[in-house]
Design a protein around this ligand. Structure first.
Ligand code: GDP
Ligand code: IMO
Ligand code: MG
Length: 431
């Protein structure tokens, strides 16, 4: 790590390979922290021939003697968190790695997940707007309660009286919505209360004051890596609204969700795939619905790490990537899955959009406009070599070097790492 505080964000629509890049960078970090999102994330790390998929835990959990943090900006599903902690082998205790969960993070309750599913069905049946295709993890409804100031926070789980009164208040409203609007059965207080207390007993020891812990870590010169979830184009403000998630995924999100003052951020790294994917609904100008798209999906194993859904695939979009460079203030790009582009006849890269007959290199601030964008492509030669063994840029075939060079040139941003395969070692590190 060459800066004390680094933020790593998704530069596209999520699933760029953030988990595997965090795993590489965490080798030299003291603290790895998540700052937004929840179990909608699925971050894959392939290490030592094993596959780990992190949903809530930071992808730094595989290293010994680290501090791993779940920041206040997250919405935490305790059921999933407990499952993830129990499933970790070797366990954090064995590694001497400490997990701290912010007491101010919000709790995803079963009724949030139920409402997520019901609202999604309603959207798809309404005819006026199509479904977002959420992960069904209760993310949107939980953030609604946070901003409505009726949410239950992680700290409440260990306070039986507090959580009882908050739960009663929430159920009085949620059950009416479930019964009267959706014709569903209500949640029983007693059963849910018991579950919540059980969660509190398990998670209680992990709950801590993250603002203090991270402040101390910064003051004492510890190296901190923030792990963004989702991606720039899924950000609630900067993404393709309403086909977005409900949090700020961009680098700035770590100031509010990870307790880091803006001036302390030393470096922002954007993770981008060498092509594009998207899961769920919403505009995707370079989407390929032909054999090339199918080939990217099959070769890149583009199936969701959280829901298993097939990902929509398309060519690299420089208009979108340049937008991500700008809104995140990217200092460097980690380019993943370059190996997947081996063996294509040619590679297309979107360098501009044509919108209503006009050429534009500006990413529109409206999904309605983006829906009408058709890509203007520049063609690049591909290569046939298997590049998974390459460990330096000079090992790459010339067309691959040119592809990377073009990305650097048109974003005016350095590529600091190239993924040439899913395993830890399939990495080209560029200092
Ligand atoms: P994340 O959500 O951004 O962490 O990404 P996901 O884990 O959801 O999806 C990325 C997928 O691509 C995972 O299956 C990774 O193992 C895989 N992956 C990451 N980098 C590379 C790479 O450079 N080459 C190949 N072939 N696979 C990669
Ligand atoms: P990682 O961190 C890709 C998408 C969903 C849906 C929209 C809203 O693994 O990159 P939500 O459940 O958040 O309300 O769904 O956002 N989405 C993701 N797509 N990767 C993710 O996470 C995603 N998290 C949410 O498919 O379109
Ligand atoms: Mg993912």
């Amino acid at each position: 790590m060459d800066s004390q505080v680094q933020v790593l964000v998704g530069a596209q629509w999520g699933d760029e390979g953030k988990g595997r890049v965090v795993d590489v960078l965490a080798e030299t970090a003291d603290v790895v922290a998540r700052y937004q999102g929840g179990a909608n994330a699925g971050h894959t790390v392939m290490a030592g021939g094993r596959k780990y998929v992190f949903h809530l835990l930071p992808s730094g959990m595989l290293y010994p003697n680290r501090l791993c943090v779940i920041g206040n900006g997250l919405v935490v599903d305790p059921e999933k968190l407990i499952e993830e902690i129990n499933g970790l082998d070797p366990s954090p205790e064995m590694l001497g790695t400490r997990l701290v969960v912010s007491g101010a993070a919000h709790v995803v309750m079963p009724y949030h997940k139920k409402l997520d599913a019901l609202r999604e069905t309603a959207r798809s049946q309404s005819g006026s707007a199509s479904a977002i295709g959420t992960t069904g993890r209760g993310i949107g409804p939980c953030y609604v309660d946070k901003y409505n100031r009726t949410g239950i926070r992680m700290e409440d789980l260990t306070l039986p009286d507090v959580v009882a009164s908050k739960l009663r208040l929430n159920l009085s409203e949620k059950n009416q919505i479930l019964e009267k609007i959706y014709g569903e059965s209500p949640f029983e207080f007693d059963k849910l209360y018991e579950t919540v207390l059980e969660w509190g007993r398990f998670i209680g020891p992990y709950i801590g004051n993250v603002t203090f812990e991270l402040g101390e870590a910064i003051s004492s010169g510890k190296r901190i890596l923030f792990e963004g979830a989702q991606g720039t184009l899924l950000d609630i403000d900067y993404g393709t609204y309403p086909y977005v998630t409900s949090s700020n995924c961009i680098s700035g999100g770590c100031c509010t969700g990870g307790a880091v003052p803006p001036g302390r951020i030393g470096k922002v790294i954007g993770v981008a795939k060498a092509y594009c994917t998207r899961v769920g609904g919403g505009p995707f100008p370079t989407e390929l619905t032909d054999a090339a798209g199918e080939r990217l999906r099959e070769k890149g194993r583009e199936f969701g790490a959280t829901t298993g859904r097939p990902r929509r695939c398309g060519w690299l979009d420089m208009v979108a990537l340049n937008y991500a460079v700008r809104v995140n203030g990217l200092d460097a790009i980690a380019l993943t899955k370059l190996d997947i582009l081996s063996g294509f006849d040619e590679l297309l890269v979107c360098v501009a959009y044509e919108i209503d007959g006009d050429r534009s290199e500006t990413f529109p601030d409206s999904s309605n406009v983006l829906e009408r964008a058709t890509p203007v492509y520049r063609r690049f030669p591909s290569w046939n070599e298997d590049i998974s063994g390459c460990r330096s840029v000079s090992d790459l075939p010339k067309p691959a070097r040119e592809y990377v060079g073009f990305i650097e040139e048109s974003t005016s941003t350095k590529v600091c790492l190239i993924g040439v395969g899913p395993e830890r070692e399939n990495t080209i590190r560029i200092s």
